[in-house]
Write a protein that binds this ligand. Structure first.
Ligand SMILES: C[S@@+](CC[C@H](N)C(=O)[O-])C[C@H]1O[C@@H](n2cnc3c(N)ncnc32)[C@H](O)[C@@H]1O
Length: 331
């Protein structure tokens, strides 16, 4: 098994990870199948609990092994399975956060309405961890543009761009529209991966994902000038992911600053980059005017930078019929 930089291999996650040296990757991220009987192409998403948990323990250990001492380990899943991952990760890495990513729920009966996915964030070694604070744009009323949150008398001290990201993420949404999906039942949104990458890596670092699916991690890493590596067991997804990543160029930046761009907005920026970034924005004056006025990008449309990330029109895959897709629900 060869695992090359900036390539998505057709491989089983364990076979792939076992071929890598210890502490060789900056950040590892996993979005495994959730064992929810989803309709995937290449495997059965319906193991019994013991089998599924044992399998997860194997690749979670491998992910931790290949992560550098300064690196982070992220795992996305429904809360039920994350509770098992914590048992293993607490022994071999340092807990940082359980990120709650808001989702639309469906009542299941005899239960609280499940409305979040979890993303576990562990440091391989907290004393050596590479981490950057990140910010997201202020949440505003669509009609009147006023800040949704009432900051009372503290408006003067508000950051003009937006608040620091907490461990509850409500501003990034799952891909629901079939036009935006790559024909995969569980495709993650690119801005989610970009946030994770901006807070845990530098330009030129490597992000590994052993469950690449349609390549969201690879695309986000490449857009932000990072390297990627990873695999998927389904050759069709590997092809879709490779086609996708091939048309991306590392250009998601304003001036010299890497940012996550989505729908003509900066979705995530590093706190430390604001000194440089503010030169590209008109910032409302006086400071408390931020209550009703947004910062404005000076150099045209942010959408133009986002579009320039694509070298050419993407070939949309036609491998699966839309009616074969399930929508996702946290459970
Ligand atoms: C939840 S999806 C990942 C979706 C991905 N994050 C994206 O945004 O497209 C899980 C993926 O794991 C893959 N998979 C399942 N078992 C695997 C295994 N043993 N080794 C590698 N990949 C596997 C599936 O084919 C599927 O694409």
């Amino acid at each position: 098994m060869t695992a090359s930089l900036n390539t998505i291999e057709h491989a089983d996650c364990l076979e792939y990870l076992r071929a890598l040296p210890d502490e060789s990757v900056d950040v590892t991220f996993a979005d495994p199948p959730f064992n929810l009987k989803k309709k995937y192409n290449a495997y059965w998403d319906n193991l019994d609990v013991t089998q599924y948990v044992e399998w997860c323990h194997d690749w979670v250990r491998e992910m931790a092994r290949v992560t550098k001492p300064s690196g982070s380990i992220f795992v996305h899943n429904i809360p039920k399975w994350l509770s098992y991952y914590c048992q293993i990760l607490n022994e071999i890495a340092d807990f940082r956060h359980w990120i709650s990513w808001e989702a639309i729920g469906t009542p299941l009966g005899k239960t609280l309405l499940p409305t979040h996915y979890g993303i576990l964030f562990y440091a391989k070694d907290y004393s050596q961890l590479k981490f950057y604070d990140v910010r997201y744009p202020h949440h505003r009323c669509r009609k009147c543009n006023t800040l949704r949150k009432d900051y009372g008398g503290k408006k003067k001290r508000l950051h003009p761009f937006g608040p620091l990201v907490s461990d509850v993420w409500t501003d990034l949404h799952r891909i629901r529209h079939s036009k935006r999906r790559d024909r995969h039942p569980c495709q993650l949104p690119i801005p989610l991966m970009e946030r994770i990458i901006l807070m845990s890596t530098d330009e030129g670092d490597t992000v590994l994902d052993p469950f690449m699916g349609t390549g969201t991690t690879a695309v986000a890493a490449k857009r932000l000038g990072r390297n990627f590596m990873g695999c998927d067991i389904d050759p069709k997804y590997v092809r879709i992911a490779t086609d996708h990543v091939d048309v991306i160029q590392p250009a998601s930046k304003i001036g010299d600053v890497w940012v996550s761009l989505y729908l003509d907005q900066v979705a995530t920026m590093r706190d430390a980059d604001w000194d440089e970034l503010q030169n590209h924005f008109d910032v409302p004056q006086p400071a408390q005017a931020i209550d009703t006025e947004s910062i404005k990008f000076r150099d045209g449309k942010l959408k133009a930078i986002e579009n320039a990330v694509y070298l050419q029109e993407r070939k949309k895959p036609t491998l699966f019929e839309l009616e074969n897709l399930n929508t996702d629900q946290p459970q």
